[in-house]
Every structure is written in C-alpha cells, then in structure tokens.
Ligand binder design. Structure first.
Ligand code: FPP
Length: 225
C-alpha cells in the first residue's frame, strides 16, 4: 500500500507558456490541481502527501513578481481551512519557513494548528526547501544542543531534520519531464522509488496517479520476489 507519496510539482510555467498565459496562471493552475490531488490521494488511501511548492533556489533566482505571486497563492490557502477540516486533512510545512513573509507564516500557523487533529491525510508543503540546506540546518540544530558529535548516528541525526515529522517517502514523483531529484527529501529518499512523467503538474490527473500507485505496487512485488 502506498503510504507516503511525495511530488516535485514541476512544469507550471511551461504549461502556462504553451497557452500563452502569464507564469502565475501556471502556478494558479498548479495550486488548483494540488487541491484536486489532495482529495484524490485521500480517497485512494494514501496517508501522507508531501509536495515541493517553493525551493530555496526558486526564492533566490526567480523574479520578485513571480515569487510574490506564489506567496499570494500560499496566503489564499487560508480560505481552504474549512475544506481541510471537513475532509479531515492535516496541514504541515517543512523547509526554512522562517524566511517566509510574516503574513504567510501566520496563515501556515493557523492552518497547522486548526488541522492538527485531522488524520485522514497529512498534506506537507515544502517551502523554501532544499535538501542540502535541510541537512546543514539539521547539523546546526544538533550542534546547538551541545551533544557530543561522536554520539551522532545516521538514525538519530534524522531527529534534527525537517523530515523527522514524516515517514520515509515510498514514491517520489517528478512531473514536467526532467529526470532528476534536485535534492527533494535528500536524506530520506535512499529507498524511495522514483516515478518521472512528461505531464506538467497542472495536467497530472487521476489516471496518472493510478499509474504511480500501480508502479509502486509492482516495484514492491519485484523487491519481495
Ligand atoms: C515548478 O514549476 C513549480 C513551482 C516552483 C511552484 C509550485 C507552486 C504551486 C504548485 C502553486 C502554489 C502552491 C502552494 C501550496 C503555494 P516551474 O515554475 O519550475 O515550471 P517550469 O518547469 O515550467 O519552469
């Protein structure tokens, strides 16, 4: 059973470009699709959905206009609070979220606090996330405890990472046609299966989600053979 699905939601801007729409229209279509996919994942029995919505690199390299547009979409997620509650969906965030504008931090705190009791599906949004950055922040957290460096193990180090609140991902999907992981969930992905699709994130649909689930089931069968 696919328990934890993680998605690199790539291809929003190319989707918009193909339709001669502004970049932000692609992100809006991606945002709408994320809502659809969250509901579908829940209905298919997936318990954790983790999505990469903004990378450390996006924040530093994209125009303030584009980043501002994504932040606006993020802030509008407060309007989904009722929907998350009625669908029993818990919201979490990972990443260097301290670098987000205060308005977004407030929205996220409100969403996380009000949905913390929900347990049909946990939606974790990675924001200002980078896999190497997560590891460096984890090392700094460990050092700050004053514990002996010789006591550090591959297992107990995980407690200092953003992903400590998550089970390990079973499958990592990347939409948009590129075949690389870009450091998403870097520490935790050693035994994850990867699924790459040409479909751009706004086009990723139920049929493709079913293919991901079937792909995972098949990998598991081969592993246990
Ligand atoms: C990657 O596509 C996508 C992003 C950088 C942003 C993802 C954002 C959303 C799905 C909407 C916002 C969601 C939340 C929860 C705030 P790209 O821009 O790299 O597209 P490209 O590969 O075509 O250039």
């Amino acid at each position: 059973m696919l328990h934890h699905l993680a998605i690199i939601m790539d291809g929003n801007r190319r989707w918009a470009k193909e339709r001669m729409l502004p970049k932000i229209a692609g992100h809006k279509a991606g945002y709408d699709n994320l809502q659809k996919m969250t509901e579908l994942c829940k209905n298919k029995g997936i318990k954790y959905l983790t999505v990469w919505a903004l990378s450390t690199e996006n924040l530093e390299k994209r125009s303030p206009d584009e980043v501002g547009g994504i932040i606006k979409l993020l802030n509008s997620a407060i309007n989904l609070k009722k929907k998350f509650l009625s669908e029993d969906i818990q919201v979490q965030v990972i990443g260097d979220t301290i670098r987000l504008p205060e308005s977004s931090q407030k929205v996220l705190e409100e969403l996380m606090a009000s949905t913390s009791h929900c347990n049909s599906l946990t939606l974790t949004i990675a924001l200002i996330y980078g896999g190497q950055d997560e590891i460096i922040r984890g090392i700094k957290r460990y050092i700050a405890t004053g514990k002996n460096i010789d006591d550090l193990t591959t297992e107990n180090f995980r407690e200092y990472l953003d992903v400590s609140i998550l089970p390990r991902p079973d499958v990592i999907v990347r939409t948009g046609g590129d075949v690389r992981h870009s450091g998403f969930l870097l520490y935790d992905s050693d035994y994850s299966e990867y699924y790459f699709t040409e479909k751009k994130w706004p086009e990723f649909d139920e049929e493709e989600l079913d293919k991901v689930i079937a792909y995972f089931e098949n990998c598991k069968r081969n592993f246990w053979k």
